[in-house]
Design a protein around this ligand. Structure first.
Ligand code: SAM
Length: 226
């Protein structure tokens, strides 16, 4: 049984995809996809030995070692020539780490892959990387599970340059249009957080007025969006 978060990520993997799941940990996502015959080829990449051995024992339990190929590797180095990967999932890490993995592994990307990314925080950095490298976002989801709010971004290389406004990079081009209740809740929470930051800053002997103004204008931006 998958979490709602990983289920939503897995929904974006098309039947017959050749998947690379990077930072797979227990490999729950690729195992789910293989068990349900959505994929019959998957690379399970892990940089750490502990999680990789967890992945291997989970894959063995389901007798899927002929379908899922666990590899100890940093980021996209898990992908080898001949894998013919056409879908990459990177889930459950910070946006900066996801961006770093994509940047370091650029040479492994053919431009044919669908990228399915689920940053826990720092989504704007991921969107910025996608834009800079001419990837078009074609779907976004936002969901809440166990008190956490998660965003899922899927993208594909575009034949033409892609531009997103600052607002779209911050909030997400699709999420911004949709303005779902979870989206509104996420950004209301962020306003509350920023207000507490301002409150604490104002208690300083010499409050940093410029910084407070900047945060106030950020609050205004969010307020206008939601
Ligand atoms: N993807 C799973 C999920 O969403 O539930 C597991 C997420 S887990 C919190 C993050 C995993 O990414 C850890 O097992 C960690 O070892 C792995 N990881 C971190 N940096 C990595 C990198 N550069 N290359 C491959 N794996 C990495």
């Amino acid at each position: 049984h998958l979490s709602k978060r990983l289920q939503t990520v897995s929904d974006h993997v098309e039947a017959g995809s050749r998947l690379a799941d990077i930072g797979s940990d227990h490999a729950y996502l690729p195992i789910h996809l293989a068990k349900n015959h959505i994929i019959d080829y998957g690379v399970v990449g892990e940089v750490a030995k502990g999680p990789l051995s967890n992945a291997i024992s989970e894959i063995k339990k389901d007798n899927l070692l002929d379908v899922l190929h666990p590899r100890l590797a940093d980021g996209l180095a898990a992908i080898q020539a001949g894998d013919n990967i056409d879908a990459i999932t990177i889930a459950g890490m910070g946006g900066n780490l996801i961006t770093h993995i994509l940047e370091e592994g650029k040479a492994k990307l053919t431009g044919q892959e669908k990228l399915i990314l689920q940053p826990n925080v720092g989504e704007p950095a991921v969107r910025k990387w996608l834009m800079t490298h001419q990837y078009r976002i074609f779907a976004e989801q936002i969901l809440e599970e166990d008190g956490h709010i998660y965003e899922i971004i899927t993208a594909k290389k575009s034949p033409v340059p892609v531009t997103y406004s600052d607002l779209e990079l911050k909030f997400g081009p699709f999420l911004l249009k949709e303005k779902s209740p979870v989206f509104v809740a996420k950004w209301q929470e962020e306003i509350g957080l920023l207000q507490r930051v301002i409150h604490n800053m104002q208690k300083a002997v010499e409050p940093d007025i410029a910084k407070i103004d900047a945060i106030q204008s950020e609050i205004k931006t969010i307020d206008e969006v939601i």
